[in-house]
Design a protein around this ligand. Structure first.
Ligand SMILES: NC(=O)c1ccc[n+]([C@@H]2O[C@H](COP(=O)([O-])OP(=O)(O)OC[C@H]3O[C@@H](n4cnc5c(N)ncnc54)[C@H](OP(=O)(O)O)[C@@H]3O)[C@@H](O)[C@H]2O)c1
Length: 287
């Protein structure tokens, strides 16, 4: 049975601690974060013990999962290497989406196996149900030597591993961030406009519309886009800008930026005069 240490018992660390134990591996050590967070995870998973430092926790386990903020990763990993907490019989994984193996470089020099494994799922505070990870796509960056066990870690947690090369991690994570966070921000903006239009339950309008348009674009790409930009209805866009400008001038930059993103893939399909008028309407007045 593989022994596991979690460093960083936050959103992802807590969920993974529960998930590895549920999968039949042995969570033996938890380090990093607040005392209360370490204690909470150790209460949830029988046999897990809190340790004051990542170095002490990693020394107890064959597999160490670094679930710390991205900016702390390299320092924590380097500490493990310089303290001799990990070596050729150990494996160290980090969960950061935007980074590949670089932050684990010093750990790799000790002979330990290293991998960057990122679940494409949002993990909120307090999530403890490993079902959240079932069926999720994971980006795995690992050398040929380490790929086998890294992909096995993902499948053990119910995930679907995909190879992502080191130099593609930045674009990979930018894509996920736009997909998750920008879509959420656009939805929040839409909701605010509908509430201002005296629609009591914006979700009644938005949920089916958003679900259908996202599903269409996911399968067919930008050619599935619809709406006034795609049709070249410049008067409609001018009306939106005027009304938003009256009631919510602070939302105009977001509306214009989202409309420009809609225009970009369809501009070749529109008349040049229509594109010129849209460019004029959607230009940032501050620029
Ligand atoms: N949440 C998600 O949806 C999600 C999804 C996929 C991947 N990830 C990745 O998972 C990793 C963790 O993200 P998260 O959302 O779980 O963050 P989080 O909730 O902020 O948890 C981070 C944990 O690490 C602790 N920590 C901070 N600095 C540390 C250090 N220097 N040494 C040891 N522990 C330290 C934090 O303690 P304090 O609370 O005291 O700061 C906290 O317990 C990140 O690399 C992130 O990119 C997150």
């Amino acid at each position: 049975m593989i022994t596991v240490a979690i460093v960083g018992p936050g959103r992802v660390g807590t969920l993974l601690g529960v998930a590895v134990a549920r999968a039949g591996w042995r969570l033996v050590a938890v380090a990093g974060g607040q005392d209360a967070a370490r204690a909470a995870l150790c209460r949830t998973v029988a046999g897990a013990r809190p340790y004051p430092t990542a170095v002490e926790a990693a020394a107890q386990a064959e597999l160490t999962l670094l679930c710390v903020p991205d900016d702390a990763l390299e320092r924590v990993a380097s500490d493990l290497a310089s303290a001799g907490a990990v070596g050729e019989h150990d494996r160290v994984v980090h969960l950061a989406g935007s980074q590949g193996l670089a932050p684990l470089h010093r750990v790799g020099l000790t002979g330990a196996g290293i991998a960057a494994c990122h679940p494409a799922m949002t993990v909120p505070q307090g999530a403890e149900d490993p079902e959240l990870l079932v069926g999720v796509a994971w980006a795995v960056t690992a050398s040929e030597h380490d790929r086998g066990w890294a992909e096995e870690l993902v499948t053990t947690l119910g995930g679907d591993p995909h190879r992502v090369p080191e130099d593609a991690r930045g674009l990979y994570h930018a894509g996920l961030t736009v997909g998750a966070n920008a879509v959420g921000a656009a939805t929040a903006t839409a909701r605010r406009l509908l509430l201002a239009a005296r629609i009591d339950r914006p979700e009644a309008f938005l949920a089916p519309l958003i679900e259908a348009s996202v599903a269409n674009v996911l399968t067919r790409g930008a050619q599935a886009l619809t709406g006034p930009i795609v049709r070249g209805d410049t008067t409609t866009i001018a009306t939106h800008l005027a009304r938003i400008g009256e009631d919510f001038p602070e939302l105009l930059p977001a509306y214009r930026a989202l409309a420009r993103a809609t225009l970009a893939p369809v501009r070749v399909t529109l008349e040049p005069a229509t594109v010129a008028r849209l460019d004029e309407l959607l230009a940032d007045p501050e620029a």
